[in-house]
Design a protein around this ligand. Structure first.
Ligand SMILES: Nc1ncnc2c1ncn2[C@@H]1O[C@H](COP(=O)(O)OP(=O)(O)OP(=O)(O)O)[C@@H](O)[C@H]1O
Length: 928
């Protein structure tokens, strides 16, 4: 944790950088809620200053029209906990979630909340926050079983799928698309789709990075007996090869242990046997300590004999069978199976492949289990774990879809519309990153970041500009943004995209990485977004991504893309050979007996480390890691395209992950890559929004006023009438003035961000007013309806009070009330104790007050007053108190509304309204 002094020192450094007038600017800027409201020239510097001012005044979010920009202050807090712990209200993000729920309810369109930003910018953190909000609004809150189930799932996944990287100690190594199915404005099911678990990390961690959190948590959290059962006694992260390669600096052990306990509890909530999962993970850790080396004879020798025995015992197979699985290769040559011995490289590669496969299949099985606990009652035919076919709404209009799919080279077919449209999804995908050694996984991660950015660019800029052009509308502000489509082409083009060449090379029987990289370089040497870093090396190339340059090392590209697990090792885990059900289940598909073939051994096939459901349908042809990932991304895009997107742009405040440090250069870099300034320009001065006339008229029909829509010929006329009335209403409204601008197109009405904000604000105002009127009318109606009954009751109550307190009806009423009260014994006991009243006897009558109050003055007795009139009219004992006479008031009378007056030895009760006060100062008085 940072000390406050450091923070203030940093602040003052920044003050110096910004120069004079900083304090003034700070206060002004920090109060700006929307970057489109910035005054003066809209420059990068203004935006950075504004964000900085907001950052130091603890306001970490601001709007950018409909987009939310969020700053990460890096106060360490594992993201999964946001779901468990009550979240601090974040009104902008909470508003965004509310907006998504309302829009879904209003229009029936599916909604997608997309978090984008670099690795470490807080995407997962805010995604979890918004998920919780969504459940508070539409899921029955955090006490529901559904929420607890989801929270348990995410706690389990957090440990399994996050790891420390150079940029983020809590980096998600898998992308999540969290789909919340909604019906009648309520979530009835949540499904989590995962994208590309970085499986390479399981067996090769880079220096300064760490393996998946769960391994460290296990070592900290397991007791000595549990460790003994799992064959882990004496092992630590320093002597387990899969962990010792990376950063072995011991973290907070107590924290690791408590996260492990939480993880274990969550696994229990999902009904997944803890011991089974631990057996697999222990086996993975021990696999790393097995090494095959050249033997003296024909067979390979092993370093780590004990470990291979332990692994075999943990996985429920025989040690010999496991050894054979690693060191034998079966080939199928024209129907003939022939066996050979594997070389050292291949045996060690198979060991790693098994570790990766066990890990990724276990995670997939846990996710499948978590998702299957609640089945949808809709006819959803999601194929595999990630594809959604809920695409029938197209809020952006066809041009947007066409533009997204103009990159048709990478888009696969198979999209069908369904009638169902109800979900609100939260998307927390990979952020742009660069590691010390960038491999295929990093390329896929950056491809994902490029795709999400391309979606943003297309939705915010490209489709709007195209629509304006199509409808012949000229605008004053033309925004230039950086289109990253050429980078996507470079990576995914089906003609000669880098990943496509890789797939072709992987399909060759004799391929080599040198051939692959030489082909890539030959095709793309002249591409602006491709470069060869110096000093040149065969297997190294670089790409200028939208967020920065990344140098890739292609050494393992072929092997990792092939994603192969030989069936010699897979068949070891067939039901016949393996007595550990969980593991044999993980390989059940591959070990299914083939029709007509009774032998249970290997068939010379190459399986996938983590198969895709379509792999089993393809009959022989296998997908690759990158082609699977592209297919999943395409399917995600299809789903997004048919949803209404809401964007959260996440910015990290510095590259070091330090708390409360604002680094202007880092912010500028992110503003550029996320096209923030361009968005500010568009939102502040352009016409970024469009709606079809019919949808517009439908949404804003509240402004029709007295105009009758059916009297107007076309939808455009109706729209004009609405906007005329809106203009008039704006003049009368008390809302702050906002400049508005709109243009009529052929099919769409185009309008500025100011117009959108004003239309929405006034629509909300009118709806609230209308709701108040309806409520008032309804309450009035209810009162009128029941008035005769109430009146009767009130009158009878009044009568019963008037009649003597000893009267029988009052007594019976009182008895009834007491009987009702007595029914609630507890309440009675509590109340009597509180007021110190005996339940057995009647309470004592309070004594008469020894003062009276007149004109806000407390007056004691006796005091003097003046008669206002003669009293009584008829003399009593020959005496009448005359008007203007001064009398002594000696106390309150027992007669209601009277005071006791004494004058010349006559005492009588006089109504107090006949007694006027003498001058007050003479009287003994005090303020009350
Ligand atoms: N608003 C915030 N307040 C406090 N801490 C935050 C906030 N946002 C993020 N963090 C912390 O910053 C770190 C990085 O956040 P997070 O993991 O959400 O980033 P990310 O963008 O999802 O990164 P990646 O793409 O690598 O998964 C985490 O430790 C998280 O707890």
């Amino acid at each position: 944790m940072e000390k406050e002094d450091d923070v203030s020192a940093n602040k003052s450094d920044n003050q110096n950088i910004l120069g004079e007038g900083w304090c003034l600017a700070m206060t002004d800027f920090s109060l700006i809620e929307d970057l489109t409201h910035l005054v003066g020239p809209l420059t990068e510097e203004t935006v950075v200053r504004c964000l900085q001012a907001k950052f130091y005044s603890q306001r970490f979010q601001c709007k950018l029209g409909p987009v939310v920009v969020s700053l990460n202050n890096n106060r360490y807090r594992p993201a999964a906990r946001c779901l468990v712990e009550p979240a601090q209200p974040q009104w902008l993000l909470d508003g965004l979630v509310r907006e998504a729920v309302t829009q879904h309810a209003d229009t029936g369109h599916s909604q997608a909340i997309i978090c984008s930003g670099e690795s470490g910018s807080g995407k997962t953190f805010w995604a979890m926050h918004m998920l919780r909000q969504l459940f508070d609004l539409a899921g029955g809150g955090s006490e529901t079983d559904a929420f607890k189930h989801l929270s348990a799932t995410l706690t389990v996944l957090r440990s399994l799928c996050s790891a420390a990287t150079v940029t983020n100690t809590e980096s998600s190594r898998v992308g999540f698309f969290i789909e919340n199915f909604i019906t009648d404005s309520a979530i009835y099911r949540t499904k989590i789709h995962s994208y590309l678990l970085d499986r390479e990390r399981v067996c090769s961690v880079q220096q300064n990075e760490r393996n998946y959190h769960i391994f460290y948590q296990m070592l900290a959290g397991l007791g000595p007996e549990e460790k003994a059962k799992l064959h882990l006694t004496g092992y630590s992260m320093h002597n387990l090869s899969y962990l010792s390669l990376g950063n072995t600096h011991v973290w907070n052990e107590m924290e690791e242990k408590s996260r492990f306990d939480a993880w274990k509890n969550s696994l229990g909530i999902l009904g997944i046997p803890f011991s089974d999962v631990m057996r697999i993970f222990s086996a993975i850790l021990l696999l790393g300590n097995i090494e095959f080396i050249e033997g003296t004879g024909l067979e390979l020798d092993i370093i780590g004999n004990n470990e291979i025995k332990s692994v075999a015992a943990l996985l429920g197979v025989s040690g010999v069978a496991l050894y054979r699985g690693f060191t034998t290769r079966t080939r199928n040559t024209r129907g003939q199976l022939c066996k050979s011995l594997a070389d050292v490289y291949s045996a060690n590669a198979t060991r790693n492949a098994l570790a990766k496969s066990l890990y990724s299949r276990t995670v997939a099985a846990i996710l499948k289990r978590a998702n299957s606990l609640r089945r949808p009652n809709i006819n959803s035919s999601l194929s595999g774990s990630t594809e959604s076919n809920l695409h029938h709404v197209d809020p952006g209009g066809t041009s947007f879809s066409e533009q997204m799919f103009s990159r048709s080279s990478s888009i696969r077919s198979g999209y069908e519309k369904t009638k169902y449209d109800g979900f609100i999804s939260i998307i927390d995908m990979f952020g742009f990153e660069t590691a010390q050694k960038n491999q295929l996984e990093q390329l896929c991660v950056n491809l994902c970041a490029e795709t999400i950015q391309h979606f943003y660019n297309t939705y915010i800029f490209k489709s709007t500009m195209q629509a304006l052009k199509d409808e012949d509308i000229q605008t004053e502000v033309e925004v230039r943004y950086l289109d990253n489509e050429p980078i996507l082409e470079l990576l995914t083009s089906q003609r000669n995209g880098i990943l496509n060449i890789l797939d072709i090379e992987c399909a060759q029987p004799r391929s080599s990485i040198e051939v692959y990289t030489s082909k890539v370089k030959a095709h793309h040497r002249v591409n602006n977004y491709f470069f060869e870093p110096l000093p040149k090396a065969d297997t190294i190339f670089g790409i200028r991504h939208f967020a920065g340059r990344v140098v890739y090392n292609a050494d393992n590209f072929l092997q990792n893309n092939q994603d192969t697990l030989p069936d010699d090792v897979v068949s070891v885990f067939s039901k016949q050979n393996c007595n550990f059900g969980f593991v044999s289940h993980l390989f059940a598909q591959e070990n299914k007996p083939v029709a007509g073939d009774v032998s249970s051994g290997p068939h010379g096939l190459k399986h996938r480390i983590l198969p895709n459901s379509s792999d089993f349908k393809r009959n022989g042809t296998r997908g690759t890691l990158s082609s699977d990932f592209q297919t999943k991304l395409d399917n995600l895009l299809k789903t997004l395209m048919h949803s209404k997107p809401h964007f959260v742009l996440c910015l990290k405040s510095n590259d070091r992950g330090e708390m409360d440090q604002f680094d202007g250069d880092v912010i500028i870099r992110q503003l550029r890559s996320l096209q923030v300034l361009e968005t500010v320009h568009l939102m502040a001065g352009g016409i970024p929004h469009r709606m079809r006339y019919k949808s517009f008229n439908n949404r804003y029909k509240i402004f029709f006023g007295h105009t009758k829509p059916y009297q107007l010929d076309t939808q455009q006329d109706q729209c004009k009438a609405i906007l005329n009335n809106f203009l008039k209403a704006m003049d009368e409204s008390k809302l702050p003035y906002v400049s508005t601008q709109w243009m009529y197109g052929k099919k769409h009405i185009f309008f500025s961000e100011g117009t959108r904000q004003q239309l929405e604000a006034m629509r909300a105002e009118r709806i609230n007013k209308a709701a108040a009127i309806i409520q008032a009318y309804w309450k009035g109606r209810l009162c009128r309806k029941y008035w005769s009954r109430y009146k009767h009751q009130l009158l009878s109550d009044r009568e019963s009070v008037k009649s003597s307190k000893t009267g029988s009806s009052w007594k019976s009423n009182k008895a009834k009330k007491v009987a009702i009260i007595r029914k609630d014994e507890n309440l009675l006991q509590q109340a009597s104790k509180y007021y110190n009243i005996s339940l057995e006897s009647a309470p004592s009558v309070p004594p008469n007050r020894l003062y009276c109050v007149a004109k806000n003055i407390r007056l004691g007795y006796p005091h003097h007053r003046i008669m206002k009139d003669d009293y009584p009219k008829e003399p009593v004992n020959g005496k009448v108190l005359s008007r203007g006479e001064e009398v002594d008031v000696v106390g309150p009378s027992a007669k209601r509304g009277h005071l006791i007056v004494k004058n010349s030895n006559i005492v009588m009760d006089v109504p107090y309204h006949l007694l006027d006060l003498k001058t007050i100062p003479e009287l003994p008085a005090m303020d009350i």
